[in-house]
Design a binder for this molecule. Sequence first.
Ligand SMILES: [Zn+2]
Length: 276
Amino acid sequence: MKKLLPIICVLLASCAGMNETKKQTKLYVFECGKITVKDISLFSPGVDKGVEKKLTNSCYLIKHALGTLVWDTGLPDGLVKNKKGLTKGAFHLKKMRTLTSQLKEIGVEPSSVDYVAFSHFHFDHTGNANLFKNSKLIIQEVEFNAAFGKDAAKMGFKPKSYNKLNQATAIKVNGDHDVFGDGQVIIKSAPGHTIGHQVLFIDLYKKGPIVLSGDLYHFTKNRKNRRVPSFNYNKKQTLHTMDLIENFVNNTGAEFWIQHDLEFNQTIKHSPKFYQ
Ligand SMILES: [Zn+2]
């Protein structure tokens, strides 16, 4: 027993250390734009035809003891100058604050961010991607190939908004990826909306587990009714992913955050406040 004691102490110390690390992790939510959809049936085929709906656009930062991760970069900061906003096809886009200024407020320079990841490469998620060319890009390999391939525009991507990420170190993954190696921040493959769509699981010490669900759903009513937008990459794959992620959410007891849901977004804390 005497011989075992130091080993047990070392093990306990490392457990305590892990807990200390977990306590330090913070999640910040940023305002990254507002989107008015002129006909919401684009997101729910055959339902609510011609009905206008407002969505929000959000970006996130995770500060972990081993580094920082930006999740989605929203509409471009340049849009803030355009007070009336911009109409783009079926969407009216507006932005009140730049992501850069919100990061600055909490003492973060984009060039110092360790990792950047996107739920997917649609334009409303990659608006400020080029600010993070010094970060390591964590991306599903199929999404990388689509985003940097010749058919990127056909996939609904806007290469100009993220072209500098070509210089970034890319961590191409096929499936789930544990960002800091301790199970606290995990990127989960969730294809269907785009070819390599992914969601983010964060297990916070006080708040508990959360899933940032990208565009798996755009608003609560679509989650309840398992509706798939007409422009999704693959409807069957989306429905399968919905089942897998909903199972995961049930098993982990995670809170499910719909990133574009305006009403939900109004109920959560925004930076400089944070979740821990
Ligand atoms: Zn999307």
